[in-house]
Design a protein around this ligand. Structure first.
Ligand SMILES: Cc1ncc(COP(=O)(O)O)c(C=O)c1O
Length: 484
């Protein structure tokens, strides 16, 4: 069995031909650090090995493991329920499932995708305050009970279609500096809370706690503090009304693992821990969960695109690439993204390649514009970019492209930018925190009966894939102490 069936989930995808390069990554590439140099070298060899012309992603599952480890160390009280909408990549979901994460699903399809991994229903929160009736009924049929609401009509809907549902009241808590504020659309106002709690109580729909989301790509740590304080107010209102004791707090998303301009993860964690200790001390016995998407998905994914066209207009060099606004770069519109980019590495022209020896940084750069492949003028990816003179067949690499990118891509103009191949790598990062050591602890549980050959670092993942048929959401324990 190849890796794709164990991790990539494409075993049943009839739309892929046997020659699809996605079938060719039978052994996951293990690398030392996951640095740009290593990633670029992997991209170069992938292009050459598979004759790649299409854009593709490289997803570093080793970095994902370290991010999970970092989360547990930074906020040991807060169990992450990964927000599937951010990137529903199956290997990413499978890895998080094996690490013990829960999942935030917004729709029937997302619930179904997570259940397919073998994840237990109590590890899913249906975190959409306004759901379609049929999706509520589906959640009822599969036993996904925990869901959010922020309006009276949603309580009636849930009452009618999901007798076993347990609610979290989503309250409005904004970070006005967030890249994507959500408060305009979601969250009950404090003045509405008492009424909503009474409505739910009258209908005998239990409200187990509170959820909020301070906005994606948050910038202000105090937004977490304020939101947690507001959630405590709701717990107090519920107690004053004599309602059943609330016992779940869902602190939403808004976390970032590395992007400049956003709130540093360590600062967010400090604020969250402080606020939890102040408003939800351990002896209250409240279960704390979060719904991080961007934190896990963004930095492990790198997008490689090909230069498919070129024009020179005066001083400005213009290029077309094979992904754009209607594909991964929809993030420019919907996620207010600022793209990072780097050229790779003069593949098209041997003489250039010899000049820069695989590193373009010494080449002179030019004011450049980069367009996406569709015929829409809006489909412009970069303006005023600083790039060396590229040729058709060269590549432009976009790091940190895993969050809210391909997940919302389309096939506009017949370019299939919603289905971009992904190649998986695993960086071990032996300096500092050793993922390899970490894997020693989790591997036997992750792959029941399949203990990988830990002496052969380069084959760890391959062995797993060859010997094991499923990671089926088996839960493993993750210690918060160190990386041994
Ligand atoms: C309800 C909900 N939960 C979680 C998330 C994930 O947020 P983030 O990617 O900022 O962690 C979102 C993003 O929009 C959301 O709407």
């Amino acid at each position: 069995m190849g890796l794709s069936s164990a991790w990539g989930g494409d075993r049943d995808d009839k739309s892929m031909s046997a020659t699809d390069p996605r079938h060719a990554y039978g052994s996951m590439h293990v690398m030392q650090s996951g640095s740009h140099v290593e990633i670029d070298s992997f991209i170069r060899s992938t292009i050459q090995k598979h004759g790649m012309e299409d854009a593709f992603y490289v997803l570093d599952l080793g970095l994902l493991v370290r991010l999970f480890q970092g989360w547990v160390q930074a906020m040991p009280r807060v169990r992450p329920f990964y927000a599937v909408k951010c990137s529903p990549d199956r290997a990413l979901l499978t890895t998080l499932a094996a690490l013990g994460a829960g999942f935030d699903c917004a729709s029937k399809a997302e619930i179904s995708q997570v259940l397919d991994l073998g994840v237990a229903t109590d590890r899913i929160v249906f975190a959409n305050p306004c759901k379609m009736q049929s999706h509520v009924a589906y959640a009822a049929s599969v036993g996904v009970n925990l869901t959010t609401f922020d309006s009276e009509s949603e309580v009636y809907k849930v009452k009618a279609h999901h007798p076993g549902a347990v609610l979290l009241l989503r309250i409005r808590t904004d970070d006005r500096g967030a890249r994507c504020p959500l408060g305009v659309k979601y969250g009950a106002l404090m003045c509405e809370v008492e009424h909503l709690l009474r409505v739910a109580d009258n209908l005998h729909v239990p409200v187990a706690g509170v959820s909020f989301h301070i906005g994606s790509g948050a910038t202000d740590a105090f937004s977490f503090t304020d939101a947690i304080a507001a959630a405590r107010e709701v717990f107090d209102i519920s107690e004053r009304l004599g309602l059943p004791k609330m016992h779940i707090l869902d602190i939403g998303g808004g976390f970032t693992s590395g992007c400049s301009g956003s709130l540093k993860f360590s600062d967010a964690a400090t604020a969250v821990n402080y606020a939890l200790d102040s408003y939800f001390p351990l002896d209250m016995g409240v279960k704390i969960i979060a719904e991080p998407g961007r934190y896990f998905a963004e930095t492990p994914s790198t997008l490689a695109t090909t230069v498919i066209g070129k024009r020179v207009r005066g001083e400005v060099k213009e290029y077309w690439i094979n992904d754009g606004i209607y594909g991964s770069m929809n993030s420019l519109l919907y996620d207010h993204a600022v793209l990072k980019y780097r050229p790779l590495i003069c593949l098209a022209d041997e003489s250039k390649n010899n000049n820069c020896h695989g590193d373009c940084s010494s080449l002179p750069t030019h004011n450049s514009t980069v367009f996406g492949p569709t015929c829409d003028g809006l489909d412009t990816v970069l303006q005023g970019a600083s790039l060396p003179d590229l040729s058709i067949g060269d590549w432009i690499i976009f790091p940190d492209m895993g969050a809210y990118t391909a997940a919302a891509g389309s096939s506009f103009n017949g370019f299939s930018m919603s289905d971009i191949p992904t190649f998986y790598v695993f960086s071990i990062n032996l300096q500092g925190c050793s993922t390899l050591g970490y894997l020693k602890g989790i591997a036997p549980q992750l792959m029941k009966g399949c203990v990988p050959d830990l002496n052969a670092a380069g084959n760890i993942i391959e062995n797993w894939a060859v010997n094991c048929s499923s990671t089926s959401g088996r839960q493993i324990s993750v210690s918060s102490g160190g990386c041994s």
